[in-house]
Design a protein around this ligand. Structure first.
Ligand code: ZN
Ligand code: ZN
Length: 409
């Protein structure tokens, strides 16, 4: 069976986002069509207590808000690994997702964080190691808590990802060393997609998964990226098995050009909001900004060009590029607010026909046309069909922390 999973999120404890209720997330999951959602921040003591109180054990390694609720939650955190590597001046910083099969395993991992005296105030703990040997030992110690704990490099190409522009590693083995065989999957992140990652040695053979990394229960955040896995049944073990054996049916991706780190440049905020600079793509990138002369933020596009091996023949993977439906509706009607009453009414009408947003995006153009003609504004239908046919772009594309600007053609 196919299972739609979104395994990386953050709670209200992550700072600056206010309370995020699991009930709201569960409701959004149903409209989007997400079956299993990563809780986020499970190593944070307050969050751990909250989740332990609110969630009931579904008996399959997943958790629910009530017996009959169809939304399942998976215990999950992000951690920030930092380590000094001999040939690099700056410390390497790399975000990782950890998936846990039960609360006991989380408790043991939280205990390790205390033993290692790691800081954990923003929801995702730091794991600061003096050298690579110490870091590898710690990763092994976490893995040995339970054979089905999974550690996955998060948004691998963004500045805070292991292969991103802050670290400038030559390949992933430099970081993981003897732990590399335990890395089965990487998260594509919003600014990269499977097509880009499939060009990079040692990454090209891994499983690619996509997650929202959201800090919100909103319809354009939950499941904005997700993965459909082939599983025997809905369970934690089957999800891990499917990730380890690369049984990915498809990933749903942002167009990388929408992501905030796709291209190289310096945004207006660097120059008193007066001028911005976005470099045209090229294989040799001069990183000094022509406006302020400081070093620009190297985009994922150019970073992949540095790392890729043109001789790699990419394995076949299915990926679809999506834009959150409420954003498409708002765009089609020239509405600024994606959560306005009008947008939500049209969204609900579409869900009445397709049951979930995912089913809409996976339906054929004919089916969409037949179901929605005369039911929703024509401009919205045209925009949905254009997105289905991937007739959209981001101009300018995302760069230096700014999202790309959507243009539907
Ligand atoms: Zn992160
Ligand atoms: Zn500049």
């Amino acid at each position: 069976m196919n299972l739609a999973v979104d395994l990386h999120s953050h709670s209200g404890y992550a700072g600056g986002v206010g309370t995020i209720l699991l009930e709201d997330i569960s409701r959004t999951m149903k409209m989007k069509g997400i079956d299993v959602f990563g809780t986020g921040d499970v190593l944070l003591p307050q969050r751990y207590r909250e989740l332990e109180n609110l969630l009931i054990d579904a008996g399959n390694g997943l958790f629910k808000l009530s017996v009959h609720d169809t939304s399942s939650f998976l215990l999950q955190t992000e951690v920030i690994l930092t380590v000094k590597l001999p040939s690099y001046k700056n410390k390497i910083v790399a975000h990782h997702i950890i998936l846990f099969p039960n609360f006991d395993a989380v408790k043991e991992c939280a205990h390790l964080m205390e033993v290692w005296k790691q800081k954990n105030t923003i929801g995702r703990p730091f794991i600061v190691s003096d050298n690579r040997e110490e870091m590898i030992l710690r990763l092994q110690e976490i893995s040995s808590i339970h054979p089905e704990i999974e550690i996955i490099p998060a948004h691998i190409m963004t500045p805070d990802g292991v292969m991103g522009c802050k670290n400038m590693l030559k390949d992933i083995e430099e970081f993981y060393g003897s732990f590399l065989p335990n890395i089965h999957a990487v998260e594509t992140g919003l600014s990269a997609d499977p097509e880009l990652l499939a060009q990079i040695p040692k990454i090209a053979d891994l499983t690619f998964i996509s997650n929202s990394d959201c800090h919100s229960s909103a319809l354009n955040r939950v499941g904005r990226e997700f993965t459909v896995l082939d599983v025997e049944k809905q369970s934690y073990s089957e999800i891990i098995n499917s990730i380890r054996k690369n049984k990915v049916v498809l990933t749903a991706e942002f167009n990388p050009a929408e992501g905030r780190y796709y291209r190289t440049g310096h945004a207006g905020k660097r120059h008193n909001n007066k001028e911005e600079f976005l470099i045209p793509s090229s294989e040799k990138v001069d990183l000094s900004c022509p406006i302020c002369s400081k070093k620009m933020t190297l985009g994922v596009y150019d970073r992949v060009h540095q790392l890729r091996d043109p001789s790699i023949i990419p394995r076949k993977r299915k990926a679809v590029h999506l834009i959150p439906l409420i954003e498409v509706i708002a765009y089609s009607l020239n509405l600024k607010s994606v959560t306005s009453y009008k947008v939500m009414k049209i969204y609900e009408e579409i869900i009445r026909h397709f049951n979930t947003e995912i089913r809409l995006w996976l339906a054929s153009e004919n089916n969409i046309n037949d179901a929605l003609e005369n039911q929703i504004p024509t401009a919205t239908l045209i925009a949905i069909l254009a997105v289905k046919a991937e007739r959209f772009e981001f101009a300018p594309p995302g760069y230096d922390g700014e999202y790309g600007k959507l243009v539907i053609k």
